[in-house]
Write a protein of this length. Structure first.
Length: 566
């Protein structure tokens, strides 16, 4: 398990000539301040610097603020610098990467952290996960995370259903080793697909060559003749299969078309009969019909009123549908017949080829065959090499698939889910909430409770995730960042329970950063007090911050320029 820690953040606004530096303890941190004092601005800037833009707009905030976040991955120290959409990564003061492209930054960040998760985009293509996926399960953003949806960061829509894979990755259901094997498998699969395409191109080239240099003529090398016979046998066998299938299909389509035409004729006969009956009923004088129950008189018969008209309408609708079906089947039959005729032309080609071999040979045919023979031999040798390479890569794909399956066995996954469900039930009890009563909840079963219980249910859900993600099966020990737990009017009974739960019940080995409107009686290793509305940054720190960040900005722009010129 790798350990990720936030160490510090510098924020510098040259527009306002203000700045601030905040250092974090490796254990419990409390950022305390009333509304508009900058708790969310501090936390959001921290994630934005690292390439994960949180939901929610910051009011009265300089969007050109330069920020520098110090973080540690195991024993390696890094700094991430962000200025106007450009980011740079430093390790021990040495520039590692500088870019304005999100994909390039994501790759540099993944390399530094060892984050190797692969997701699917909207087109179904495999793409590397980015920093917002890295932080998503561990940050409760007051502008999106306290509801039923994963609206913590912007831009998650670029991925197709990412949450299941993200949570499986961090919980250990599909550990990093799985994704390493998957990346190797995908690389082998791409090579395998390319080799199969190359073999297909080779076969087409051989076929086109054979049309220009017919296979008639003597075969000086007996092996070439044998290969030719094998090739012809394969072609004729494949043609026979296609022909049988198409003939059966044409018979079925002809029978269906005949049945449809028969039904159309029957329906038209019935309609004509109806028209005659209706004409008779309208023209012939009839006695009034008297109802035996109510003695009401009816000038028209019940059959005329209730049956004839409805039956005729149904018959006409059926006839229209049958005629459309008939046209569709007729088109299909035409296509089938055309395919059968195309097969006949291939039969004739093979037949002509065999007939030519039975004829007398000319000296010119012998000379042409000598050159063609060498060419076909080269085709066969190249195809044999491709088949050997395809076999090697197919075996490697199979081996990696087996390794991936081994890393995701059912017993291992069941144990993680059991731990998660137990932790969820315990958290609900500690937060004064009833158990869900659902024994089979999954990692993605995010609660959707209304009222003041909703945020507490969300906190219970996150804490259960953190229990498994920060446990022995987890991939990373990550900072747990919670912004403003006082959501939807927690009363004087439940709010203290929430603060106590956060300070005492979350994984003790994880770094905690809590933003709260009220101070906490519980022990925190560091308290950062913000007491001035809209003045998170202060003038007294500007010169120091400018002296610290300006040299790094210079290195960033030099690195960016160097990258663009190459």
């Amino acid at each position: 398990m790798r350990n990720f820690l936030f160490e510090s953040i510098w924020m510098l606004s040259r527009r306002d000539r203000r700045a601030r530096r905040v250092e974090f303890h490796e254990n419990k941190n409390l950022i305390c301040g009333r509304n508009h004092t900058g708790k969310s601005s501090l936390v959001k800037t921290m994630f934005l610097t690292l390439g994960a833009k949180p939901e929610g707009k910051l009011s009265h905030w300089d969007e050109d603020t330069v920020s520098l976040v110090g973080f540690r991955v195991d024993n390696r120290r890094f700094q991430a610098l962000h200025s106007s959409g450009i980011r740079a990564l430093f390790e021990d003061g040495v520039l590692v990467a500088a870019t304005s492209e999100h994909s390039e930054w994501s790759a540099a960040f993944a390399s530094a952290t060892g984050f190797n998760l692969v997701l699917l985009d909207k087109k179904g293509q495999s793409v590397p996960a980015d920093p917002k996926c890295f932080f998503l399960p561990f940050y409760i953003n007051q502008d999106g995370s306290w509801q039923a949806s994963w609206n913590t960061f912007t831009g998650l829509q670029q991925f197709s259903k990412p949450m299941g894979s993200i949570l499986e990755y961090f919980s250990g259901i599909k550990p990093p080793e799985y994704y390493q094997a998957k990346a190797n498998r995908d690389a082998e699969q791409r090579l395998l697909d390319d080799l199969k395409k190359e073999r297909g191109f080779l076969d087409k080239a051989r076929e086109r060559f054979g049309k220009k240099l017919p296979l008639s003529g003597p075969k000086i090398d007996p092996e070439n003749f044998e290969r030719e016979i094998v090739q012809l046998t394969l072609e004729i066998t494949e043609l026979n299969k296609k022909q049988e299938k198409l003939r059966a299909q044409s018979v079925s389509e002809r029978e269906l078309l005949s049945s449809i035409y028969l039904q159309i004729n029957l329906a038209n006969e019935a309609i004509r009969a109806y028209d005659g009956d209706a004409k008779y009923l309208r023209s012939e004088p009839r006695e009034a019909l008297v109802c035996p129950v109510c003695n009401a008189e009816h000038s028209d018969s019940f059959m005329d009123l209730l049956t004839y008209a409805d039956d005729a309408r149904s018959l006409r609708e059926i006839t229209v549908r049958l005629e459309k079906d008939g046209r569709d089947v007729a088109v299909k039959l035409q296509h089938t017949v055309a395919e059968i005729e195309a097969l006949e032309s291939q039969y004739r080609r093979i037949s002509n080829l065999l007939d030519t071999r039975r004829g007398d040979l000319q000296f010119r045919q012998v000379v042409e065959s000598l050159g063609a023979e060498q060419a076909f031999q080269a085709f066969e040798e190249e195809r044999s090499l491709l088949d050997a390479e395809i076999a090697v890569h197919s075996d490697e794909v199979g081996r990696l698939n087996a390794e991936m399956e081994k890393l995701t066995n059912t017993k291992h996954s069941s144990a993680i889910l059991k731990q998660y469900r137990q932790a969820y039930a315990t958290a609900l009890f500690n937060l004064n909430l009833p158990d869900t009563g659902k024994a089979r909840i999954t990692l993605t079963s995010r609660p959707n409770d209304s009222g003041s219980g909703g945020p507490r249910a969300i906190l219970a859900y996150y804490s259960a995730l953190w229990e498994v993600c920060c446990g022995k099966t987890g991939s990373f020990m990550m900072p747990l960042v919670i912004d403003s737990p006082n959501q939807q009017g927690q009363d004087d009974i439940n709010l203290p329970k929430v603060i106590k739960f956060i300070s005492e019940r979350l994984p003790a080995s994880a770094q905690l950063i809590l933003g709260s409107e009220i101070d906490a009686e519980h022990d925190f290793d560091k308290k950062i007090v913000l007491d001035s509305p809209y003045k998170l940054l202060e003038e007294q720190f500007f010169e120091e911050a400018d002296a610290e960040l300006s040299p790094l900005e210079t290195l960033m722009y030099l690195g960016l320029k160097s990258t663009e010129s190459t």
